[in-house]
Design a protein around this ligand. Structure first.
Ligand code: DAH
Length: 339
């Protein structure tokens, strides 16, 4: 009997030592102390012993069982403690660690400028119109009264697709498309990407952005054009901005003008930015040519209109102090995150 109990104790000890968790401890308990466990079997065998040996065997069995019970209890406490320590270790927060940076996206400088200008014109009752970047020469040139021998049509200056389309060289074709699609009164602006076969440098890119404006209605005059551009440019560059209209020529407007604004860098005194002239050329404009109206089925005897177009890169560069246009297209997040 003693031998049997010693063997049992030995195997119990090693199982206890190896128990990885509370669940296997419980399995060990059931195996030894459970109803169908080892001790039940041993107690059953007690009756097979000679009567004089039974009392001492009983004592031994009880002592061993007490030891098993307290050993199990101690192991249980130890294991719970260990599990708790492990959980605490896992959930530990090091408050001295630097916080994780959350990257927030932001609008590209050009998108910011487009939104700002669009907002100004929406405030004046304009709608935003769009046209395709791969354009029919009919809209990009013919409908705008640009003669067949105009240098802008040359493939030296414009990109053509193999099937005879042109990457629009200006946003002005949206004028023609709009006049075709709807009847006056028309009041639209059209921001978008345009393409020209220019060499890349600090102020040129073969892809850039323009914003077109078109108003057609009864009784629209050059005074409306001037007033509109004055409101727009003062809102964009500041109330103190001065405007200067210079006669110019565009095939699709008559009369035509270029508009300069007083230099935003020096306020008009003359500096490097304005090449000491005090003014910076900002847009082209004019009264829509009667032929452009009639080509789209609008009677120029009844309706008149004005139009304007401006480049957006230069405005973004001025606004954000960017000295090289190429930076706008490199999509360097470090650079863009400054604006
Ligand atoms: N399309 C012209 C350009 O690319 C800009 C322009 C000038 C647009 C006069 C107009 C306009 O609508 O009336 O240089």
């Amino acid at each position: 009997m003693r031998e049997r109990l010693e063997k049992l104790t030995e195997s119990f000890r090693s199982e206890l030592a190896d128990a990885p968790d509370l669940k296997s401890l419980e399995e060990t308990r059931v195996k030894y102390l459970g109803k169908k466990g080892e001790f039940t079997a041993i107690l059953k065998g007690l009756k097979d012993l000679p009567p004089e040996e039974r009392p001492s065997a009983g004592v031994l069995i009880n002592e061993t069982r007490d030891f098993f019970e307290s050993a199990l209890e101690a192991a249980k406490t130890g294991l719970s403690r260990k599990q708790l320590d492990a959980a605490i270790e896992l959930e530990k927060i090091d408050v001295t660690l630097p916080p994780k940076r959350r990257e927030t996206g932001r609008l590209h400088p050009l998108s910011q400028i487009i939104r700002e200008i669009t907002g100004i014109f929406i405030g004046m009752g304009y709608e935003v119109a769009e046209g395709p970047e791969i354009e029919l020469t009919r809209y990009n040139f013919d409908a705008l009264n640009i003669p067949a021998d105009h240098p802008a049509r040359d493939s030296q200056d414009s990109f053509y697709t193999t099937d005879g389309h042109v990457l629009r060289t200006q946003t002005s074709p949206v004028q023609a498309r709009t006049m075709e699609a709807k009847k006056p009164p028309i009041r639209i602006i059209a921001p978008g990407r345009v393409f020209r076969a220019d060499e890349v440098d600090a102020t040129h890119s073969p892809v850039f952005h323009q914003l077109e404006g078109l108003v057609v209605d009864k009784g629209v005059t050059m005074a409306h054009l001037k007033g509109t551009l004055s409101v727009f440019l003062k809102e964009l560059f500041g109330e103190e901005t001065k405007l200067r209209f210079r006669p110019h020529h565009f095939p699709f407007t008559e009369p035509s003008a270029e508009v300069d604004v007083s230099c935003f860098a020096c306020g008009g005194k003359g500096c490097r930015v304005c090449k000491d002239s005090g003014f910076i050329e900002i847009l082209g404009c004019g009264m829509v040519h009667p032929r452009v109206l009639s080509m789209r089925g609008i009677d120029p005897e009844v309706y008149t209109g004005f139009a304007f177009g401006l480049g957006l890169e230069r405005i973004a560069m001025q606004r954000f102090g960017i000295s090289d246009m190429r930076l706008l297209y490199e999509n360097d997040v470090k650079f863009l995150s400054q604006f």
